[in-house]
Structures are given as C-alpha cells and as structure tokens.
Design a protein around this ligand. Structure first.
Ligand SMILES: C[S@@+](CC[C@H](N)C(=O)[O-])C[C@H]1O[C@@H](n2cnc3c(N)ncnc32)[C@H](O)[C@@H]1O
Length: 407
C-alpha cells in the first residue's frame, strides 16, 4: 500500500503561519515539560489544530509560568517569564547574583540532582531520535566533587569600564566582580581585574586560568590570535573521564596489546599519556590541529622517553584520515562541539576498526555521528555509554561512548 503525504489545506497552513506571527508578545500560562539542549525549558501552547513548542530561558522543569512570546520562528517560539505562578520543587534562588542576566550558566535556578536527571533525559531522547533501534545501558552519571568553584579556566570580556560575560545571544556585557563556578584563585583575580583594569574603547578578551604550577595567570587573548589552546576545565571530572576511558579500553584489549591506537583530536595528550602509561607496548598516533598543543605534547614525549611509542601529528583530522592509515583495532576520538565532518566518520566506518572510543562534549553531534557510523557499518554495538558532569550549572556535559564490532 502506498503512502500519501498529508498536507493541511491551504487555509489552515496560512492561518498557522500568520497565527504564529500574531502570537508575538501574547501571554500564556504554561508548564515546563523538560529542558532542552541550549539550556532553555520546553513548554507547549495550543495553536489551531496542534501544539507549538516554546523555549523559555532560565526556567526549571515543572515550573508553572506566565510567559510572554518574545520571538517567533517558523515552527517554534521563544518566551520570557512574566511570572512564576507555581515554582518547580527543583527551583532555587541561583547562588550567583547575575545568573539570570549572564549567558554563562543556564541551569543555576534548579538543583544539581535535577540537572543530572535532565542531562540523562536529554541523552536518552537524542539516542531515541538518532538511534531508535540501538540497544544500550546508560551507566550511572559521574558527578563533579565541586558543583561550584570547579572551572580552572574562564574567558571574560572587557569594554569601557565593564568586565564580564556576554548576555546570551548578545554582545552586551554583564558586569561581574566574581564568578562562583570558577576556582577560588580565579574568583580573586576577577575581583582584582574588575577594580584595576583601565577603561578600554575596544572590546578585549582575557583568559584567566590556573597554570600547571597551580598559579593563576591571565592573558589578553587578542595577542594569541584565535585564543589559547584547548584544555579540560574541570580537573576532577576530567581525571575520572580519563580513568574510565582507560578502564573500558582494558576490557577490550590485553595490557600487552602491541598494535596501533589512532587518537583523533588529541589536544596536548590528555588521553595519550595515560594510555601509554598503562599499555606499554601500544603504539599511539595522535592527531591534533593546534601546534601549541602538539608542541607541548612532543616535549612530554621526549621527557618521558616515549619517542618509539607515541607520535603526534600537527594536522587536520580530515587530512590525516585520508593520507595516513588508521588503526584497524582501535580509534579514540574526542572532537570539538561541532562533532566530526561526515567524511571523517565515513573514513572511520570504512576502516571498520574493532573498537571505537568516542568522547563527546555535544550529545547531538554524538548521536548524529554514531548514527552515520552505524548506517555505513551496521555491525557496531554500544558497549558502554556514560555521562560525565564536567560543567555543573550549565546544560553542557561530556559523554563517553564505547563501540565494538559484534563478534
Ligand atoms: C574537545 S578537544 C579534546 C582535546 C583532548 N582530547 C583533551 O581531552 O584535552 C578537541 C580538540 O580537537 C582539536 N581540533 C578541532 N578541530 C580539529 C580538526 N579538524 N583536526 C584536528 N584537530 C582538531 C582542537 O584543537 C582541540 O584540541
């Protein structure tokens, strides 16, 4: 039997389009069903013969709210909170006084336990969307020991007399003298800079970080061109992420494994050196675009006398994957928030390694990339899936996904 696409009659379609636009600034009573990627709460309002999704920043799951529609898109809406009619039982006063204006933390207004629950829901929902047929167990989420004062690195903006973060979707600075998610020495440095920096007519960006000697330092990022190099921001959760990745790889490979591991998006060797330490005979080829990171990593290779075991390549993964053999045994990848280009996933799928360890900071891209991988190479199964709450008070999180070819 054939299927016919059901298209609503033209008069209903026209009414829907104009109905959405006419909703701008209208007020509604809604209940937040769940949180979304990007951090906004999700509610629905009835429009003609259907319901339309409204995204509401700074809301909390199960809040009952009076909202005003602030922006209309083709098939969804944005709303602002006018009044909290009945606060969610998870809602709390955000510990940071600028949490509602600042674009940094999207979830300070509800408890950490509910933040974790929402992150798990988001991952499951995305896997249902991208990988509806795929079986997996979601391992218990690894939480941060510190839900505030965990960040070892921040970026602040400076214009005129203001030092602070941008408002979300804006280049307007929210002035700060403190940032409670940053480690204590960084908080002190923000307070100092907010008092001492001279007014500037040009927008400046500063990175403030705890360096390898445990000292706080700050840079004008402008002088580093594109900004400083990548490093994980939460030391405690990063250590657990690396340990768990290694533990899972030990389930797959013997300790005397003497084959090749290809590591893509390797940074300065966050996973590389931990792997080399445990798998003493493993050869590791690590690929990273940023020369500052590969330079730092190469110094460690020399210092640890790992020249025969570990090689860093300063190049794009896209270039490397097409000009250099990849491991047929295990590939580890930790791409940026944009995920992998389809040609990279295609290349990995064609190489068909026995195991893949994918570490992701954007669950939508993880779902999309794993779906493409499994479409090309359907014999993979998910061996381990786990969230690491690297960024409390925000909607961001890391996910470890281990895939192996079915026997
Ligand atoms: C999420 S970070 C992971 C780094 C490292 N694995 C770690 O844990 O510190 C992603 C890294 O990929 C690098 N990168 C981004 N795009 C790349 C590309 N097309 N080719 C190679 N490296 C890339 C970035 O410079 C960054 O260091």
């Amino acid at each position: 039997m054939g299927f016919r696409k059901l298209t609503p009659p033209a008069d209903i379609r026209d009414k829907r389009g104009s109905q959405l636009e006419s909703l701008l600034y209208s007020e509604h009573i809604v209940t937040i069903e769940k949180m979304s990627i990007g951090g906004d709460g999700v509610a629905r309002i009835p429009v003609l013969d259907r319901t339309v999704v409204v995204f509401i920043p700074k809301s909390a799951p199960q809040d009952e709210l009076k909202i005003k529609i602030s922006k209309v898109e083709k098939s969804f809406l944005f709303g602002e909170i006018v009044q909290i009619i009945k606060p969610s039982s998870h809602r709390r006063e955000p510990p940071c006084p600028v949490a509602f204006e600042c674009g940094g933390c999207s979830w300070q207004q509800f408890s950490e336990s509910e933040q974790i629950r929402q992150k798990e829901l988001l991952l499951k929902e995305l896997f249902q969307k991208f990988l509806p047929q795929v079986q997996y167990d979601l391992a218990p989420t690894v939480v941060s020991n510190q839900v505030f004062e965990y960040r070892n690195r921040i970026q602040v903006k400076h214009l005129h007399t203001d030092l602070g973060y941008f408002k979300s979707n804006s280049h307007e600075i929210v002035p700060i003298t403190d940032c409670p998610i940053a480690e204590a020495p960084i908080r002190a440095k923000i307070a100092e800079l907010s008092r001492t920096l001279k007014p500037t007519a040009d927008l400046k960006k500063y990175e403030i970080k705890i360096n390898q000697d445990g000292q706080v330092e700050h840079y004008d990022i402008g002088s580093f061109g594109e900004g400083l190099a990548f490093s994980q921001v939460n030391n405690y959760v990063n250590q657990l992420l690396v340990e768990q990745t290694l533990k899972q790889i030990q389930v797959l490979l013997p300790l005397d494994f003497s084959g090749l591991l290809t590591e893509l998006y390797a940074g300065a060797g966050n996973f590389t050196f931990a792997l080399a330490e445990i798998f003493k005979k493993m050869r590791i080829e690590a690929v990273e675009l940023n020369h500052r990171l590969t330079h730092a990593a190469s110094e460690i290779v020399k210092a640890k006398k790992l020249i025969k075991q570990v090689t860093f390549f300063t190049t794009k993964v896209e270039t490397f994957a097409f000009h250099h053999p990849l491991s047929s045994e295990i590939i580890l990848l930790d791409p940026p928030r944009s995920g992998c280009l389809p040609e990279v996933i295609t290349r990995i799928a064609e190489k068909n390694p026995e195991h893949i360890a994918y570490i992701s900071c954007h669950p939508t891209m993880l779902g999309r990339d794993v779906a493409l991988l499994m479409k090309i190479s359907p014999q993979y199964q998910i061996k381990h899936l786990q969230i690491f709450d690297m960024f409390p008070q925000t909607d961001h999180f890391e996910t470890l996904c281990i895939l192996s070819r079915k026997l």
